[in-house]
Write a protein that binds this ligand. Structure first.
Ligand code: SF4
Length: 512
């Protein structure tokens, strides 16, 4: 008979598992392996980007601070690369993986190009299931609608499961301003709420934290022992602290992964069962749904459910795939369908396919920039490659630096389960932002000068020859000084004795 450990983590017991992490001669499970402290004194957690109103976010500055915290950077990188490797193993286990991706992409593109019809069908079916349906043009309207529903029911406390849409709407700060207590029920999201931080990843919101960071947050907020960072102790303490709040809450809120037009039902995928608690413990259930979450038919759900968890966490399925079709007996269910810029994005010829995103986070897990800079360095609701193409649709000036935080290696597009051409859209955003003068003045001047030089071959060759001589003879401080940010962590290559052009002229120039 299997031991409980074997039933829960069979892969950990595989003696040939090449991905196992061993420390001090002991095999560690994922949570421990990913957060085992490397120092006697915990390294302080680096904080995210500095946000000043509408001013452009300096992602590079925040990323530099993250990199300056080596323990956080190493573990963040390891955790996310581990998810990427698990995703690859799952993908290789499904022969028709590429067909599934193509099908998912086609279903999403069809739905988005007939969105008005499917939204109306969904609304009609949801109403006939006994659900109240509301429409919100933007974040402010969403928050006011939910506030109105809660006021009508005299609700003063709300439990909710993780939802990026509500983050996008600034929902928690709004609720705090009107005196309604919101309690996050997803463990990672609750950690972030207690630490007064945004989620740093769409699936694993506190992935940038060490367990010593979590111990510090819990010690300050729920009174745990600050010296005890055992993951089981911390999880149990949070369960004990949160469960009474859940049982006493006046209303519950969920997001939505997929809304099915033909049935008027919707699905929420979680690994902790917290959406079921949020939806079923209080009598009032409110679901916030972005209008791009619609899929036409129930049979399409299987395509997305097979792709979602495998792409996100490298697991065959989420622990809970919860279907909601109407209010429970004696209860009430409301849906708020939210636009908040989606219709406008749908009209953007180069960027509309970003609406296919199912928020799996695979593009973040594979991105070398994201893995080494942490999600909070982007200073936006959505970080990583998907954030680079969505965030500027909300505010081009504020997020004008983000599309430059990419190597354009294309790995994000390769792993995306709905085949979004992410790296091409990142590149397209760079062009759009330069054309609209949203990039920094200094960068514009530099690019203009480079453009002039590169368009004049003779001037270019002279400049290169001069630069080579200068690099070989100038004192080091002239090149590596405070003004040269590039040179702070890099050495310029030694100039070759001859340029390629000169070599070509000398060796091949005469040959036909
Ligand atoms: S863009 Fe693709 S890979 Fe990235 S979160 Fe969305 S669905 Fe996942």
């Amino acid at each position: 008979m299997n031991t409980p450990a074997a039933m829960l983590h069979p892969e950990l017991l595989d003696p040939n598992d090449p991905h196992v992490i061993v420390r001090d001669g002991q095999r560690l499970d994922h949570a421990e392996a990913a957060s085992k402290s490397l120092r006697a004194r915990p390294e302080p957690q680096p904080r995210g980007a500095k946000v000043h109103g509408n001013r452009p976010i300096d992602q590079a500055e925040a990323a530099a601070r993250f990199i300056d915290a080596p323990e956080h950077e190493k573990i963040h990188d390891e955790r996310l690369w581990d998810l990427r490797q698990k995703r690859d193993r799952e993908m290789h286990g499904i022969a028709e993986w590429e067909e599934l991706r193509a099908l998912a992409s086609a279903i999403k593109e069809h739905t988005l190009t007939h969105l008005d019809q499917y939204l109306e069908q969904f609304e009609a079916n949801a109403r006939s299931n006994g659900i109240h349906v509301h429409w919100a043009r933007d974040a402010a309207e969403h928050n006011q609608i939910v506030h109105g529903i809660l006021t009508d029911h005299g609700a003063k406390s709300l439990i909710k499961s993780k939802s990026m849409l509500t983050e996008e709407c600034g929902f928690r700060p709004y609720m705090a301003s009107v005196g309604i207590e919101v309690i996050e029920t997803d463990l990672g999201e609750r950690i972030q709420q207690l630490d007064n931080e945004d989620p740093s990843h769409v699936v694993v919101p506190a992935v940038h934290k060490l367990r010593t960071d979590v111990a510090e947050v819990f010690a300050k907020t729920i009174g745990t022992d600050p010296a005890n960072s055992d993951v089981h102790y911390l999880a149990e303490a949070q369960r004990e602290a949160t469960r009474p709040l859940i049982l006493a809450a006046d209303a519950g809120m969920t997001g939505c992964n997929f809304a099915v037009a033909e049935t008027g039902s919707f699905v929420v995928c979680t690994n902790e069962g917290n959406a079921d608690l949020s939806a079923n413990v209080p009598k009032l259930h409110i679901a916030s749904i972005g209008i791009e979450k619609i899929i036409p038919r129930l049979e399409h759900l299987a395509v997305f459910v097979r792709l979602l968890s495998r792409s996100a966490l490298g697991s065959p399925v989420t622990q809970y795939t919860s279907h909601f079709r109407g209010p429970r007996e004696g209860g009430e269910m409301h849906i708020v369908l939210v636009d908040n810029g989606r219709s406008e994005r749908l009209g953007m010829a180069e960027f509309w396919t970003s609406l296919k995103c199912i928020r799996c986070g695979a593009c973040m897990n594979t991105c070398p920039v994201y893995r080494r800079s942490g999600g909070l360095s982007y200073g936006a609701t959505y970080s990583g490659p998907i954030g680079l193409i969505i965030d500027p649709t909300f505010n081009q000036r504020k997020y004008s630096n983000l599309p430059f935080a990419s190597t354009l290696n294309g790995s994000c597009s390769n792993v995306c389960p709905v085949k979004i051409n992410i790296h091409e859209q990142i590149y397209a955003w760079r062009r759009v932002l330069v054309e609209r003068h949203e990039t920094p003045f200094a960068k514009r001047v530099e690019m203009k000068a480079a453009g002039e030089l590169l368009s004049r071959p003779a001037a270019y060759r002279t400049a290169i020859a001069t630069a080579d001589i200068a690099l070989a003879h100038l004192p080091r401080w002239v090149i590596y000084n405070g003004l040269n940010a590039w040179g702070r962590n890099r050495e310029a290559p030694h100039p070759p004795p001859q340029t390629f052009h000169a070599w070509h002229q000398a060796n091949r120039g005469e040959k036909k």
